[in-house]
Write a protein that binds this ligand. Structure first.
Ligand code: TRP
Length: 463
């Protein structure tokens, strides 16, 4: 074990940093719109079951693989898979997934900066009458110079945090930003619950009606439970490698999963309360669910939401902070690999990896600007442009296969003694039962994840 390895300064530090990784665009942007598309209640219930039955066991598996080896993704999985070549491949697959995911995630993260800027302006002038929010959105994604600036800004912010390392960079930022993020959400919740549509929103989200759940909804819930918890690509393995022996993996993993789930539900309650309060909004959102966050909501803040002048800009700060704590963990996966496996200093590794990834961010940023090839290439059917191609590949192929390999590593290849020692580390909470975990990670989780992979092979699209 490397004595000089940086560690989280406390359990709270790890929980906040990993929760920051988990909470991101998946919670604020994707979960609300897939909940909408899948008719609410029953989908939400299935999602909660997937989080508890598949997400939590894999979360614990990733953290324990990381802590056991005290190495980042490649080294840790090599050890977990008993030194076989295959372990290195699985870890490397995760590093590549992190690389690609970060390249396009940064672009959407950049949009939050744009909307922050716009909403600050509207806070003073009011929403410009006659402005079409849809046109505004299309204009900004189509503006190549603007897109490059926004994503460059976001990349630089990400690199700056990772540059300072685990306790002085990532943990410090998470300690400051996550409380702010919770605070903003609570303010928004209070405002949204006061709106006329809140009762209907709560019913839509929490009253299950299984007749309305589309069949693919079950798999979509499962796939999303993976994405939202940052699983399947070694991010939690990497964060786990900075956990000291004094901390409880089960407590930390349980808290991360619970917080991520609560935030996703809160975001959905807030957004739907606003949308259901406005006549005709349902139909409009139904026309472009993906546009909920950047097309429907900005205008509503200034026309409908109580204290929207203040909450509007704050909301996009929230999106930006949530995205940043996710992008730093993505960059950390790649940087930590370079640092551990190639013996390069953190500073050099971070700047180098960040710059290399940014080259692909450029491709993603230009995916909507009509740039020849980058906007039009089609490797997968109906996925035009680099952005959609990358998203399709990562969400459908890389995360599920990576997740499957992790269940095999923790459930079948590591010894019972090793996983037991990590989970029953003397600090574990009372409710935890090792045997139940072991059954889930050996049987239920691999079968569930395999069913996603089979569905993808048969043509389902999760991106
Ligand atoms: N969980 C993040 C979100 O919900 C996205 C994500 C997926 C991620 N895999 C990751 C973030 C790995 C960091 C690391 O937005």
């Amino acid at each position: 074990m490397n004595q000089s390895r940086d560690h989280w300064s406390s359990n709270a530090g790890l929980v906040l940093a990993a929760t920051g990784s988990a909470i991101g665009l998946g919670n604020l942007w994707k979960f609300p719109f897939i909940t909408w598309e899948n008719q609410g209640g029953a989908f939400v219930l299935v999602y909660l079951i997937c989080i508890a039955a598949v997400g939590l066991p894999i979360m614990l598996a990733e953290l324990l693989i990381g802590r056991r080896s005290q190495k980042s993704a490649v080294g840790a999985l090599t050890e977990a898979m008993r030194g076989t070549r295959f372990g290195g491949l699985v870890g490397g697959w995760g590093v590549v997934a992190g690389f690609i995911l970060l390249s396009y995630y940064t672009v959407i993260a950049g949009w939050s900066l744009y909307y922050f800027w716009q909403t600050i302006g509207w806070a003073f002038t009011g929403f410009p009458p006659g402005l079409s929010a849809g046109d505004l959105f299309n204009e900004q994604v189509g503006n190549a110079g603007l897109q490059l600036m926004l994503s460059l800004g976001f990349s630089l912010g990400t690199i700056a945090v990772v540059y300072f390392g685990v306790s002085r960079g990532i943990e410090r930022i998470a300690r400051i930003f996550l409380p702010i993020l919770f605070g903003i959400l609570v303010l928004m919740l209070i405002s949204a619950l006061g709106m006329s549509g809140s009762g209907e929103a709560l019913g839509f989200i929490f009253r299950p009606n299984f007749g309305e759940l589309p069949r693919e909804g079950i798999l979509e819930a499962l796939g999303h439970s993976f994405f939202t918890l940052s699983l399947g690509m070694g991010a939690m393995v990497t964060y786990g490698s900075y956990i000291s022996r004094k901390q409880s993996i089960v407590k930390a993993g349980g808290a991360i999963v619970a917080l991520d789930t609560i935030i996703a539900l809160l975001a959905t309650v807030i957004m739907f309360s606003v949308i259901f309060s406005v006549a005709g909004m349902r139909e409009e959102v139904g026309g472009s669910t993906v546009g909920m966050l950047f097309i429907s909501l900005p205008e509503l803040f200034f026309t409908e939401v109580p204290f929207g002048n203040i909450l509007g800009p704050l909301f996009y700060v929230l999106v930006a902070l949530a995205a940043l704590t996710s992008t730093i963990s993505l960059l950390e996966v790649v940087s930590a690999y370079v640092i551990d496996e190639h013996g390069i200093s953190r500073q050099k590794a971070t700047v180098g990896a960040g710059a290399a990834i940014f080259v692909f961010t450029i491709f993603a940023a230009l995916s909507f600007t009509g740039t020849p090839f980058l906007s039009t290439m089609e490797i997968f059917a109906d996925k035009a442009g680099w952005f959609s191609t990358a998203d399709h590949f990562v969400s459908n192929w890389m995360l599920p296969t990576g997740g499957f390999a992790i269940t095999i590593a923790a459930g079948w290849m590591m010894t019972r003694r090793a996983t037991r020692e990590e989970l029953l580390d003397g600090n574990e909470p009372r409710w935890f039962n090792y045997g139940v975990w072991r059954f889930f990670i050996r049987w239920l989780a691999p079968v569930a994840v395999a069913s996603i992979i089979i569905a993808v092979i048969l043509g389902t699209d999760f991106s």
